[in-house]
Design a protein around this ligand. Sequence first.
Ligand code: FEO
Length: 401
Amino acid sequence: MNPVEIKPGVYWVGAVDWNLHDFHGYSKASRGTTYNAYLVIDEKVTLFDTVDAKFTSELLCQLAQIIDPGKIDQIVVNHCEPDHSGCLAEIVERIHPEVIYVSKMGQQFLSGRFHDHNWPLHVVKNKETISLGKRSVQFLETRMLHWPDSMVSYIPEEKLLISQDAFGQNIASSQRFDDWIEWPELKSLMAHYYANIILPFSAQVPKAVQTIQELGWEIDMIAPDHGLVLKNNVANTLAAYQEFAAQKPTPKAVIVYDTMWKSTATMADSLASGLSAEGIEVKLFAIKSWHHSDVMGEVWDAGAVLVGSPTHNNGVLPLVADVLTYMQGLKPQNKLGFAFGSYGWSGEAPKKISQWLDDMDMEQPEAPAGIKHVPTHDQAKELFATGQRLARQIKDRMAVS
Ligand code: FEO
């Protein structure tokens, strides 16, 4: 793709990864992604972030279409994860920057990743401001959003926030801005990204938004390191992040299960029917057909999470262990939980799932349900009723939250 001038003298110089579906080895990116970097032409020509190493040539080509890369004076490293710094060593070698701005933790990360580099680092203080000439840049540390090194860069003269991973979305597109996509679709992409990358650090989000408000930053454009540059949806995006972080329960239940001979699937269907009969939206995941990150894309705002597995070798089926392990690491909040599963003889799976849900602080108003062999009609009816009771519990919790 060609560079795009997103503000006068400010260019997107990133790369579009159309064919990436495995994002960082743990999250699915079914629509690809982008690695966004930004070049500001000022008295000090400054490059904000770089790209994944496999796109080094593309970045250099982008830069060369705007300016001789050797004339770039400085680099800002907002975040050291390899999708934004993988090509840093080669870029530094090519352009010989006078200075590389990085956070204190970023300095440690660069040292750990690039070892004996002898780069001209300037470790910025939190809220430090530097001058580029006509413009200035204020840095704000956003530790654990989503790495310890993370910081954002604000250019007040442009009302531009370069936000690294925050507010990103995994979408490959020939469009650079958010002016072609409807907000619900964009929000859904943002939520999927948030739920799989940022969710465990949700407590940091309102603090960061509050600090931005206290600093009086006026923002009319957010330039994240993935996906579309936000100019039409700045207010929507800031509000959405507050919503994602709050994880208030909504009238939605996620049912995720695996099955061997369809008994646990039958249980899942009966529960879904009971929930649905009470007006709760149900998202049903037979986990063999889904990726764990898709499940999390629905869990973040669900009122309840129901997990089922038949008992296999005294435990749960492997894909159920996978999705529970992944879910637990992302620390979802404010959920009801329910464990269920069929068995042939020993029947440990529901209790093991229940322990997992307990470890995630999910309230479990209903005892784990195990059904031997194949559910009878009466047992299916009881599961339907369990779904109805869970639905009422979801609504009760929504009323007080
Ligand atoms: Fe897009 Fe945390 O890297």
